[in-house]
Design a protein. Structure first.
Length: 344
């Protein structure tokens, strides 16, 4: 038996449902519209999907990593462990600037000028160049550096961080800055893996090893700002990892995308045209935090450029890259390269 108050609530609910049914019958089109709007509004709240795209499980990662031993190390050195124990404490990305930590970092973490480091008592699997395109994001760069150095060191990687800043002229060209960073870092021997990395993205999982895979890897497939759901299977933005061979095989990024968007989709097209598949690791380890920033202005010509992406592959990229270095400086936590992307 129901109490009178419960009966009252039940009656009100039945009445409300009857009214809804009546409304839906008398105004079917409007009702369908309202229902669609409600569903569309609720869609972003869905749980992260672990289906929808193929990925490698945690247990398969070790076999996926390519080994390119650094030649300057004695050959009998033992290989470094892939995931260091101390990383287990490294759970959440700190998004607040810690100025005193930044000051202490070169000494505390024994970072060499230019943002280089390598482990002293074991041999890294790969020598990795982290390439970061940059303009006017000073605070984000600080957070990025304070996060990445301990993260990369705990993985016992031999690494260098290169920040490629575009001079004030012209709108931002992310793809071209990556190409420039790749060529400049390649002037140093032994870098065999290149991680093309946005400054506003912080890896969350200690098991997400910053090394290169058998195939180019899309590293940030689970982003907090997308509720850790991959919005579309062809997404190839944010952070990607390429070996030298993989990157030169597709002639790098296109140089033609000025402004926001498209250059990463273009790179994906290049890979498809060469029948190269994109690799991803399990969503639980491919998680990233995005630092807040205002939305950029999209490049209006990106869709048009994308349509001819494959035709331009050989004549637009590393092979046709023109730029002028305005300044190179070995800063305590990174190598800073200021460039003019359109010297003529
Ligand atoms: C843009 C990409 C971007 C993606 C996700 C696409 O519309 O073309 O450059 O990575 O949206 O934000």
């Amino acid at each position: 038996m129901l109490y009178p108050q419960q009966m009252y609530v039940l009656k009100r609910i039945i009445l409300f449902l009857r009214r809804l049914i009546y409304l839906a019958r008398s105004h079917p089109i409007e009702s369908a519209f309202v229902v669609s709007v409600i569903i569309a509004a609720l869609l972003p709240l869905r749980q992260p999907s672990i289906k929808g795209y193929p990925y490698l499980h945690l247990t398969e990662i070790k076999d996926d990593l390519q080994m390119c031993l650094v030649t300057r190390r004695p050959p009998d050195f033992k290989l470094c462990p892939l995931v260091a124990r101390e990383l287990s404490t490294f759970k959440h990305a700190n998004i607040n600037i810690n100025d005193s930590l930044l000051q202490e970092m070169p000494v505390k973490f024994k970072i060499q000028s230019g943002g280089r480091w390598f482990p002293k008592n074991c041999s890294s699997w790969q020598r990795v160049a982290v390439i970061v395109p940059y303009r006017n994001r000073e605070n984000q760069l600080k957070v990025f550096l304070q996060h990445m150095h301990p993260f990369l060191q705990a993985q016992r990687l031999d690494y260098g961080i290169f920040v490629i800043e575009q001079s004030e002229k012209h709108s931002f060209n992310r793809g071209k800055l990556f190409n420039i960073g790749y060529l400049e870092a390649s002037k140093e021997p032994d870098f065999c893996c290149f991680i093309f990395h946005d400054v506003d993205l912080l890896p969350e999982s200690p098991q997400h090893i910053y090394g290169c895979s058998e195939e180019p890897r899309h590293m940030c497939s689970a982003l907090d700002s997308f509720r850790y759901v991959l919005p579309y299977p062809e997404l190839f933005g944010g952070v990607v990892a390429f070996t030298k061979e993989q990157f030169s095989n597709v002639n790098g990024f296109s140089n033609m995308y000025f402004g926001w968007g498209g250059e990463d989709d273009d790179l994906y097209e290049r890979l498809c045209s060469k029948q190269i598949r994109v690799r991803r690791w399990a969503p639980e380890i491919s998680r990233y935090t995005m630092l807040y920033h205002a939305k950029e202005i999209p490049n209006p010509t990106r869709h048009m450029l994308l349509r001819t992406s494959v035709q331009r592959l050989e004549v637009d990229g590393l092979s046709t890259l023109e730029y002028k270095i305005l300044k190179t400086e070995l800063k305590p936590l990174y190598t800073h390269i200021l460039v003019d992307v359109k010297p003529r």
